[in-house]
Every structure is written in C-alpha cells, then in structure tokens.
Design a protein around this ligand. Sequence first.
Ligand code: ADP
Length: 475
Amino acid sequence: MFINGEWVEARSGATFEVTNPATGEVIGTMPDGGAEDTEAAIAAADAAQAEWGATTAYERADLLMEAWRIMTERSADLAALMTREQGKPLKASSAEVKYAADFLRWFAEEARRITGEWLPSARKDQRFLSVKTPVGVVAAVTPWNYPISMLTRKMGPALAAGCTIVLKPAEATPLCAKAVYECFVDAGIPDGVINLVTAADPKPIGDVFTSDPRVKKLTFTGSTAVGRILASKAGHSLQRVSVELGGHAPFIVYPDADPVHAAKGAAALKFLNSGQACISPNRLFVHADHADAFIDTIVPRVAKVKAGEGTVEGVGVGPLVNEAAVAKVAAQVDDARAKGAEVPVGGMRLVEDGLDRGHFYAPTVVTGVTEDMTIYREETFGPVAPIVVYDDVDEVISMANDTNYGLAAYVYTRHLSTAIRAMEGLNFGIIGINDVNPTSAAAPFGGMGDSGLGREGGTEGIAEYQETKLAGIAL
Ligand code: ADP
C-alpha cells in the first residue's frame, strides 16, 4: 500500500493473493489492509491537503503532465500487466492505458483553466467574486473492469483541483493500481497527496471512508447495490458524492438505418471487455424490417470471435472476472432459452483447450428476447447480445427507457431528425449515434437514475472536486 509517501505492508501483516482470471494462476500478493490502515492514509491525505491545495495550477499541471508522460512511456508494460490481472486482450489493454493516460493530460490542461467569476449585484456599492477551491480529502473506490482508467478518471481531476486522495482499488486488480501509483511517485508527487489502501474485504475500508470527518468527498465506480450503500452512508456524513454505477444500455436500430453497419457496430461493441462494461449494449432493439439482415450479419461475426487468454494472438474475448459472473450469465441465457428464445451462437461455458482453468463464457447471441426474460430486465455484464425485434417505431423509445438505469444508449439511423428525436427522448446520460465509442477524456461521462450521480471527464469532471467560495465586497 502507499501511505504518506511510503510503500507499506498492512499493519496486521496480512496479505491476499491476486490471480489471473484466464488461468487461475497466482500472479502476486498485496497487503490486506483494514480500518487502521485506512485511518492512517486519511491522516496523511489530511496533513498534505493544505500545502497541495496551495500549489499553483501550473505546478499541478506539470506534475499531471509528467505522470501522463511516464504512463505513456510504460504503456506496453502496463497493458501486459492488465491483461494478466484482468484478462482483456492485449489490444484492449493497450487502448485502455492510452485512454487512462489521456485523463491525466486532459486534467493537466484543465488545472490551468480553473478560474473565478466577477458577478453583478443588486447594490451599486457591492461586487461579488466567486472562486473555486478544492473540496479537500477525496476517498475513491474503483472497480476491476477498467483497472487503470477508472483510477486516472478520478485522480486526474482530483489532483488538478488541488485535492488529496485515498484510493481503494478492487480486490481483483490491485496490481494495476500499484502500477498507476508508481507513475505518480516517479513523477514526483509530494508525500501524502495520493494514498493507496488495498484489501481483500472492502467493507471496513468503505465504512471508514464514509464516516471519517476528514474525508470531504466520496467518488465510487462499481455496482448500483454497493454504490447505493456507500452513497447513503456518505450522505449521512454530508460528504460530497459522485457514483458511477450499472447500466442497461439499449441499442436501437431504426428502419432507416443500414442494418449491416449496425450489426457490425453491435458485434464490435458488445464483446469489448467480455461485455463487462457499464455502457455495454444489453438490449438490441432491431426493427422487424431489418431483423434478418441484422441477425445474419452479427451471428457469423460472433461465431468467429475467439475466446482465450488475452496474451494469445487473435483472441478477441477474455475471461469473466470470476465464477459468480459466469454463473450469472449462464442463468440469464438459460432463463431466456426456457422462455422460448433461440441461441444461434454460443450459449455455454467454455472448457476446452485449457479454458476450464479460467472463467470463460462463449460469445453469445440470443434472439427472440421478450419482456418476461431476466436478460431483458437485468444488467448482464457478460458476452451476450440479446436481440429484441420491434415493429412500432413510436414505441421503441419507451421500450428503451423502461429501466431504472440511465447510463448509455445507442442509436442507428441515417436520418438526422430520427437521431435528434431519439437523443431528446432517451433518458440516458450518454448517447452514441451511429457511434460505438461515445467516450473520451474530453467528454462528460455519467448516468441518470440508478446509473449514478455526477459526471467524470470533460470540464464537468473537475467541478465534482471543487467548492465554490463567494466574496461579497462592499465598496
Ligand atoms: P462488482 O460487482 O462490479 O465487483 P462492486 O460494486 O462489488 O462491483 O465493486 C466495486 C468496488 O467497490 C470494488 O473496489 C469493491 O471492492 C468495492 N466494494 C464492494 N463492496 C464494498 C463496500 N461494502 N464498501 C466499500 N467498497 C466496496
């Protein structure tokens, strides 16, 4: 763990093992921290806050830029580590490292754009000056599915705003977190400004994060269930909260779309990270006119996707995170089958050629999906593309909106007016229009409803880490 500028063991001396999800092999051990370690990390962040908050924007920008440079220089090693620890194919790991580093560069630039406002008053002899200040110590909890970019998406803006940090990464991917921290250490981050607590059991850490009065802000990315618990505890402590949670993205193919182009997009998008992404399309609404063309395009493409260890050339889909994930995906597909769906490709756990050592589920397409099936209602987080054929264009937006989640949605159409109407009608924070990657460090990422609170990235990303301070000035 990294506390007050030093690499340390847990106070208890306990450790936990980290395994490769493709092979079950142990690839490292990390300190198994607890409440006391977390308190020490918060104390260090609190002690460093005043000095870090008083640095110039130029100093913070330079440090972030140096961390970006180091991360970029190490991108091949970081990608290899990510593939070993998280399982995604090497190419996807490399893309994630680039995306992750981009948050450091973007927020290095944003640091220098922190300004104030000179505001009008109702009184002639009064002026108002409003300025932005750092919220203070930030507690961050990050997930395993994007084990590097989910850190930089929080650390970049927090540091740019002048906040200090205590971060707890997911228990499945602490080695990636350590490697990110090493980039900052080598960039010259001052002691206490960033702290890392690792643990096999996250609960005691979360309890300290959300109850310690020195913590001013909680930022979390993970499941809706855990996010809800942490946000309510943090709310009780009146901490600022941003949570980026689950999703249940609709992917709408309109009658005026090119169904082949849309099916290629869906095949590329759905199997990224084995479907373990909060913005993964979970319900593919394909207009009846296009059902055959869409299915005939997507099925052979999915059949060709090779599952395996992400280090092997030609592998397009890696393992799931653990056995529970495989069981959840299998249960959803089995439930759909039992209720009348067809499974033209995939639909089973993969065990041949040594894949039984890891957590593999075949890239799968399910057709004939209806509202009574679990897969229609629940987030899958796995490599399954469920196709719902619809007839009525006037109803598809309400079908898409029929979920408590509101993160990403995708629309395929060749008409501008259809695209704009869809964008206006969909209750989602991110909408891809003929676009399978509507994300960037420069763009606000976040959802509505059960998908969370707040935005990360873009110019809004830094606001989550700032207070507004107002001076009323009598002349
Ligand atoms: P997933 O189901 O995708 O693993 P989780 O929400 O369980 O998502 O995990 C996301 C992050 O939240 C991880 O870092 C995990 O350790 C952490 N986490 C899970 N439960 C708690 C908790 N009770 N308190 C604090 N952190 C938690």
